[in-house]
Design a binder for this molecule. Structure first.
Ligand code: ADP
Ligand code: MN
Ligand code: MN
Ligand code: MN
Length: 333
């Protein structure tokens, strides 16, 4: 029987791209082929020359439709098969290949906020809930909104074979997190984009929308980030490379901040478990530093570091490319 393939891609919207998808019926026994779309409707082409190409890069079982149906994460190409200007995966792949011998691993903590009826889920009409403090990893109907969506999303990721590694309720009401990894620079980003699509799609069935806004509510409320945990083979085996990595990230702080997601200055204020975006720092156990060395890592004298700066709305292809490039080039120096 023919099956349904949901082709998912990243559009050309600026400053923050969004996901698009459409369904192709694929003949029995065939692989999902190269396909195309109207780039003039996704800010990826002018109307006079509107065709863009979708090339499958990751095919997984579709946990929503089930059966033989699949999800197909794609990259966008021009019709001459070169990477589209909006395609950040191609450069990420190039860097991953260049530094493959370092065996870089990433675990990304994706924070996000549920919205219902035009406001963060769980927020009263025209007012504020009780101040934050009890919601993080909370339990009970007075603290938790949207757990049914979270559970459905986690189950879907597992069924699709996405390397989801955990979930938790966050500090602000209606805010949650899931983690993907550890995986290589390209793989973690492919899977994170697919997991984001699953989140939006599953929340849709609950009449809830999920957003990656880095600072959903101004004032004394936590923003939403995408803490990026990173190690190379050398870092997993010794402590000196961990310090080299922290120092190297400091030398390129401006470049990283610029590409860690739109609106990063609104989130990295120095309050709410962030370091100010203008000042780079690293430290053991320090959730007020730009980069944290987990206490266990200092204890074991090996492991990984956590770059706490990326925004929830970052492009993981860009974040993993920059970290791989900055740290691996310093390790080689
Ligand atoms: P936090 O304590 O900051 O909330 P989490 O438990 O949410 O951390 O996320 C940690 C992430 O780091 C997970 O995705 C995990 O898979 C990943 N991770 C663990 N070990 C490594 C490693 N050696 N290299 C890269 N990522 C790692
Ligand atoms: Mn976490
Ligand atoms: Mn978190
Ligand atoms: Mn974290």
């Amino acid at each position: 029987m023919p099956y349904r393939a949901e082709y998912i891609w990243i559009d050309g919207q600026k400053p923050t791209a969004k996901l698009r998808s459409k369904t192709k019926i694929v003949p029995d026994g065939a692989e999902p082929p190269i396909w195309g779309f109207d780039g003039s409707s996704t800010e990826q082409a002018p109307g006079s020359n509107s065709d863009c190409v979708l090339r499958p890069v990751l095919v997984k079982p579709d946990p929503i439709r089930g059966g033989d149906d699949v999800l197909v994460m794609c990259e966008v190409l021009y019709t001459d098969m070169t990477p589209h200007e909006s395609n950040t995966r191609a450069a990420c792949l190039e860097t991953a290949e260049k530094y493959a011998s370092h065996e870089p691993w990433f675990g990304i903590e994706q924070e996000y906020t549920f919205y219902k009826d035009g406001r963060p889920h769980g927020w009263p009409i025209g007012g504020f809930p009780a101040p934050q403090g009890g919601y993080y990893c909370g339990v009970g109907a007075d603290e938790i909104w949207g757990r049914d969506v979270v559970e459905a999303h986690t189950a879907a990721c597992l069924e699709a074979g996405i390397a989801i590694s955990g979930t938790n309720a966050e500090v602000m009401i209606g805010q949650w997190e899931f983690q993907v990894g550890p995986l290589g620079p390209v793989e973690v980003a492919d899977q994170l984009w697919m997991a984001r699509w699953l989140l939006y799609r599953i929340a849709e069935d609950f009449n809830i929308s999920a957003h990656l806004n880095p600072k959903p509510v101004e004032g004394d409320w936590n923003g939403a980030g995408a803490h990026t945990n990173f190690s190379t083979k050398a870092m997993r085996e010794g402590y000196d490379p961990i310090i080299v990595a922290c120092e190297a990230l400091g030398k390129k702080a401006d470049l990283h901040i610029k590409h860690y997601g739109a609106g990063i200055e609104r989130r990295l204020t120095g309050l709410h478990e962030t370091a100010p975006w203008t000042e780079y720092s690293y430290g053991v156990s320090d959730r007020g530093a730009s980069v944290r060395i987990p206490w266990q890592v200092e204890q074991d004298k090996k492991g990984y570091i956590e770059d706490r700066r990326p925004n929830a709305n970052c492009d993981p292809y860009v974040v993993t490319r920059l970290i791989t490039d900055t740290v691996c080039s310093a390790l080689e120096a």
